[in-house]
Each structure stands twice: as C-alpha cells, then as structure tokens.
Unconditional design. Structure first.
Length: 253
C-alpha cells in the first residue's frame, strides 16, 4: 500500500496507474478504500488520474494485457483449525479479563469531575436584590393576597346591626377587644359581669359559620388559632340570652 503514495501523501505514478487500470476494467470497487477515498477528496490526484485515463482511453484493455494490481496471483489462504482446547482457552481468557475489569472498577476511589456541568447557584450566591425592588415585590404580593382574601372581609349585615349594642342592662361590660381592631397574635376577650353563671364565647367568620365555641366561668379568654385572614364576629352569651356581639379583623400579612 505504501508504494501507491509518495512522501507528500499524494498518489505515486504506480497509484495513478492502478486507479486508471480499475477505471478501464470496471473494478474501481475492488481498489483499497484508502486509494479511492484520497482520489475523491484530492483535486490534484483526481486530475492526474483523469489525465492518464484520457491518454489510455482510446487504446482499450487488450486481451493479452496484464494488470499488476488485479491479475497478480492470489495468495493461498491458510486454513485455520481450532481445537476444542483452543476455544476453551480463548473463552477462559476473556472471562478472566471481564472479572479483572469488574474488580478494578469496584476498587477504584477516583472521583469523577464533570467540568461541563453548570455551577450550582445557592441562595447566598444569588445576586442581591435592590431594596426598592424588594419593596415593590412585597407590595405586589400583598395586593395579590388581598384580592384572594377579599371575600373574607365582606360584612355580614345581620351581625353588623348587632355589633357593640349596649347590653349593660344585663349586668355585663366588655373591656376587650375593641370593635373592629386588627388581631396579629391572637385575641384576648375580657369583660366585667355582676353574676357568675357560665358564659359561652362563640367566634364566627363573615359568612356566619362557627369557627370556635367554648363555655367558661372566668372573665377573660384567650384564642390564637385563626385559620386565615378575614373579618370575624364574636358573641358572649348565656344559655338563655345574648349579652354582646363584637368584631375584629385578622389582616393579610
């Protein structure tokens, strides 16, 4: 194969001649791939082949003409015999290589580093947000929350007409919470009363649904578990009569 190319990697005279012989005998497919591939990509060598082929085209292949590349006698192929022992030895050798590779992979402690992976951006590594932008985001989030909870702040007409009416004739005076105050960390109910009968504290949402109810004998009561922002009403009563109706608001944070 080396004699078909010169020192510069182009076809030698012999290589050009072999290619022209293949063209004249229709045996281009029998040429080595290195030869046909180079001629296909090299303009200079292709030009040399075409020039020689143009010269030889009119002569045509003679009956007695010999083509060195195609007519040289084929070398007798040696027949290879594999005994059962040789096959067994080959199989055992490849099995040994597979076991060796397995133990090598299991025993290695080398850490694989992927340089192409993007860096992990932690919370601390993120670029700081300007204070003005933070305030705008917070205002926008609060506005969204207000729209979501808007229905929770609609007054309930029946209870609105009863809020903070004077029930002191029943011997009770409510001290806390004030009417309509905002509650942030729970609410404390407080009152003064002339008698010691058990009292019922009932908390309702703005749809009139009972949120909480408890019977007590003290003059104060603490409640912290509000489900969500909204307008709430509360009642103070005995088993026989209503003593007071108030309201408070749990704002959107």
């Amino acid at each position: 194969m080396r004699e078909l190319f010169d020192k510069e990697g182009h076809l030698s005279d012999l290589g050009v001649s072999h290619y022209v012989d293949a063209l004249r005998t229709g045996k281009v497919d029998d040429l080595p791939r290195e030869l046909t591939g180079h001629v296909g990509e090299c303009k200079e060598c292709k030009k040399s082949v075409l020039q020689l082929h143009a010269v030889m085209r009119d002569t045509g292949p003679g009956k007695s003409e010999k083509y060195y590349f195609f007519d040289k006698p084929a070398r007798p192929q040696k027949r290879i015999y594999f005994s059962a022992y040789r096959i067994a030895a080959i199989v055992a050798f490849f099995v040994f290589l597979a076991i060796l590779a397995f133990y090598f992979i299991q025993s290695t402690d080398e850490t694989i580093v992927f340089d192409d992976l993007p860096p992990v951006v932690t919370e601390e590594a993120k670029p700081p947000v300007a204070e003005e932008e933070k305030e705008e985001i917070e205002i926008e989030e609060k506005e969204i929350d207000r729209r979501l909870y808007a229905a929770n702040f609609e007054p309930l007409p029946l209870y609105e007409s009863m809020v903070a009416q004077d029930y002191r004739s029943y011997g009770v005076e409510v001290l806390a919470p004030g009417v309509g105050i905002e509650i942030h960390d729970g609410v404390t109910f407080e009152w003064e009363i002339r008698y010691s009968d058990p009292l019922i504290v009932t908390i309702l949402n703005n749809h009139g649904d009972h949120i909480h109810q408890n019977t007590i004998t003290e003059t104060t009561y603490r409640f912290d578990n509000f489900p969500e922002p909204g307008l709430y009403y509360w009642r103070l009563e005995t088993e026989q009569r209503l003593l007071y109706v108030g309201k408070f608001v749990v704002p959107v944070k």
